[in-house]
Design a protein around this ligand. Structure first.
Ligand code: SF4
Ligand code: SF4
Ligand code: SF4
Length: 256
C-alpha cells in the first residue's frame, strides 16, 4: 500500500509571495479572482489563499482530514478519502445539498453559486499529480520551502523536530495533527494559531459522527452536553456565513 502523502506549511518560513496561490490556480485551471492575492478569499475559483496577519502569513486550504466530516455527512458519498490521503470529490454523485459546507470544521468547501450545474469546490491535494508520483503544485512552486510535500510520517517527524530544535521560533503545537481527528495538512507558526485565523478549540476526536447526529437533530446527542451546544452554534454560524457568501456572489454577478 502506498504511503499517505501530505503537506507541511511552516508560516515562519513563508514570505507571502503568493507563488503557491498562483500555482494552484494554474494547476486547476481556476479563474483570476482578485488582483491582490493577499485580499482574496476561498471560493469556487480559489482553492487556497495566503492571508496577511501583521507581519505574518497564513495559508488556508482543505486539511484533508483523516475522518472527513464532509464525507460523513454527504448522503450520496460524493466525498472520499483516497489511499494517498487526499479528500476528493465526485461531482457526478453530488446532489447539491451542501451539508459538506456546513459540516466542515475548517469552513473550507465552496459552491459554484453562479453555475447552472453547480459543484462543490476545494483543494484536492493535486490528486492527479500525486497519483503519478509528483508533489503538489503549490509545494513545487514555493521558493522558501514553507510549503513542503511528502510522506505523512516524515512530515510529522520533521514538524516535531523543528519545534524541538527551535523552541524560541515556534509556538509549541502542530496544528492539524490532532484537530478534529487530524489530517494530512500540518501547520507550524510562531504564534497561537487563532491569531492567524485558524479555527480554534477543535476537539481532538473526529467530528463525523457528532456532526451527523447534530444535523439530523437526533436527541441522543444531548448526551454530549456542551459539545452539542457548541456544535449547534457552529452550524448556525456556518449557515449564516454560507448565506452571506451566496449573496456576495449574486451581487458580483449582477454588477457584470
Ligand atoms: S477540511 Fe473540511 S473539506 Fe477538507 S477534508 Fe476536512 S472536513 Fe472535508
Ligand atoms: S495541493 Fe494542489 S489543489 Fe491543493 S492548494 Fe496545493 S496546488 Fe491547490
Ligand atoms: S509560495 Fe511559499 S513562501 Fe510564497 S506564499 Fe506560498 S507558502 Fe508562502
Amino acid at each position: 500500500m502506498s504511503k499517505q502523502k501530505g503537506l507541511l506549511y511552516d508560516s515562519t518560513m513563508c514570505v507571502g509571495c503568493g507563488e503557491c496561490y498562483n500555482a494552484c490556480k494554474k494547476q486547476n485551471k481556476l479563474k483570476d479572482t482578485n488582483s491582490d492575492f493577499l485580499k482574496d478569499h476561498l471560493s469556487a475559483d480559489t482553492y487556497t489563499v495566503v492571508e496577511q496577519h501583521g507581519d505574518l502569513y497564513a495559508r488556508k486550504m482543505c486539511m484533508h482530514c483523516t475522518k472527513p466530516t464532509c464525507a460523513s455527512v454527504c448522503p450520496v458519498g460524493a466525498f472520499e478519502k483516497s489511499k494517498e490521503g487526499a479528500v476528493i470529490y465526485d461531482a457526478e454523485k453530488c446532489i447539491g445539498c451542501r451539508y459538506c459546507m456546513q459540516a466542515c470544521p475548517h469552513q473550507i468547501p465552496r459552491y459554484e453559486w453562479s453555475s447552472t450545474n453547480p459543484r462543490v469546490r476545494k483543494c484536492i491535494m493535486c490528486h492527479d499529480r500525486v497519483a503519478k508520483g509528483l508533489p503538489s503544485a503549490c509545494s513545487e512552486a514555493c521558493p522558501t520551502g514553507a510549503t513542503k510535500f511528502g510522506d505523512m510520517d516524515e512530515l510529522i517527524a520533521e514538524a516535531k523536530q523543528r519545534l524541538k530544535d527551535s523552541p524560541d521560533t515556534y509556538y509549541q503545537h502542530i496544528y492539524g495533527l490532532e484537530e478534529a481527528g487530524g489530517g494530512n495538512v500540518l501547520v507550524l507558526a510562531s504564534v497561537p494559531f487563532e491569531k492567524l485565523g485558524y479555527t480554534p478549540n477543535l476537539p481532538k476526536e473526529a467530528l463525523p459522527e457528532l456532526t451527523g447526529r447534530v444535523m439530523e437533530k437526533i436527541p441522543t446527542i444531548v448526551a454530549a452536553g456542551g459539545v452539542f451546544l457548541g456544535s449547534m452554534h457552529w452550524l448556525t454560524k456556518r449557515k449564516n456565513q454560507i448565506a452571506r457568501e451566496k449573496r456576495d456572489e449574486q451581487l458580483k454577478r449582477n454588477e457584470h
